[in-house]
Design a binder for this molecule. Structure first.
Ligand code: PEP
Ligand code: MG
Length: 338
């Protein structure tokens, strides 16, 4: 499986070294066997026989730990280019308790909270409005004064681990997933939006919609947010009706129409994991076509450039999420693209 598969993202969130695509290795390993697992190269050695190999691995491990400590020392340095452009570096998180690690590594907020795992931890039930509210408040409070961006439920496609999903779709990656599912299922969406509206009295909270395909979807979510904010007010609850609403651009047609979509959004974030998958027609979790998963494909770079230009013209902030943002090999390229 690729390094942008959700198995890999979860392993990262939990700081568990992981390698994937190992086929039948679990049948070859016996209890007590030694294994060398290199999460950086994705290599696994079962029963390394030479003491030398083990020693070299221990040394490499110690070096990696030291390097991490060195990097952490630089965490408070400003991320500014030589010509004075400042770039905010934020964390992608899956669990509320990752906020601490994000701060330890110098993140200036949370650029993406994946709410799928909140749903997963309540399955087969759905989280209640209050559970949504409490989770978001806790994160927003811990992240303040930096921004905390909460993505509404993004189930489906390869994130197919909840019973609320339709199991009979012939092509779930192109099916009723993410916001499409939420707009069909008010029992799922409204408690989440109401929890977000209430938590948004914390000024740093922002709401983000995944896999936006059309302008109508944004307008529909704005309509629901306004309606729920009214209802909350009538119930005597505090809520912030004008919570900033952003979109994720992950669908190639949305990238090509970024100028239209940016006009309806308060901010935009480029979901490169899915955008690359959809643009190159390469399943991000399929190791046999992994070689084609190319973030620097000219077609992808042209889309990134157009999205950035569109956001600039609309006068809204643009962020990049997805693993491409964490690949230091392309950092200079991304900075150059704006
Ligand atoms: C993305 O697609 O780039 C993204 C950040 O969302 P996810 O990995 O959760 O699909
Ligand atoms: Mg995505």
């Amino acid at each position: 499986r690729g390094k942008t598969s959700h198995t890999a993202l979860l392993a990262q969130a939990l700081s568990v070294p992981a390698a994937a695509g190992l086929r039948d290795i679990s049948q070859q390993v016996r209890p007590g066997d030694s294994i060398i697992l290199d999460g950086e190269t994705g290599e696994v050695q079962l029963l390394p026989d030479e003491a030398e190999t083990l020693q070299a691995t221990q040394r490499r491990k110690a070096w990696i730990v030291r390097e991490e400590q060195d990097i952490a020392q630089a965490r408070d340095l400003p991320a500014v280019t030589r010509d004075g452009v400042e770039i905010a570096i934020r964390a992608n998180i899956e669990f509320a308790n990752e906020v601490k690690a994000a701060a330890r590594f110098g993140a200036q907020g949370v650029g993406l909270y994946r709410s799928e795992f909140l749903f997963l931890s309540h399955a087969p039930k759905l989280p209640s409005e209050d559970e949504h509210y409490r989770t978001y408040v806790e994160i927003a409070r811990r992240v303040a004064p930096h921004p905390a961006v909460f993505r509404t439920l993004d189930l489906g496609g390869e994130k197919s681990f909840h019973e609320v999903l339709e199991r009979t779709e012939s092509n779930p990656a192109l099916g009723q997933r993410a916001g499409r599912l939420c707009l069909r299922r008010p029992d799922i969406f409204r408690p989440q939006l109401r929890g977000l509206l209430r938590a948004a009295t914390h000024e740093n909270l922002r709401v983000m919609l995944p896999l936006v395909t059309t302008r109508d979807e944004i307008l529909e979510v704005r309509r629901i947010l306004a309606m729920e904010a009214e209802k909350l007010k009538a119930e005597g609850r505090e809520a912030r009706a004008d919570v900033p609403l952003g979109i994720m651009i992950e669908v190639p047609a949305a990238a090509a129409a970024a100028d239209v979509l940016c006009r309806e959004s308060d901010f935009v974030s480029i979901g490169t994991n899915d955008l690359i998958q959809c643009a190159l027609a390469v399943d991000r979790g399929n190791e046999s076509v992994n070689y084609l998963y190319q973030p620097t494909h000219p077609g992808v770079l042209r889309m990134l450039r157009f999205i950035v230009q569109s956001a600039e013209r609309a006068g809204i902030p643009v962020a990049l999420c997805g693993e491409m943002a964490a690949d230091v090999g392309v950092t200079a390229l991304l900075v150059g693209l704006g």
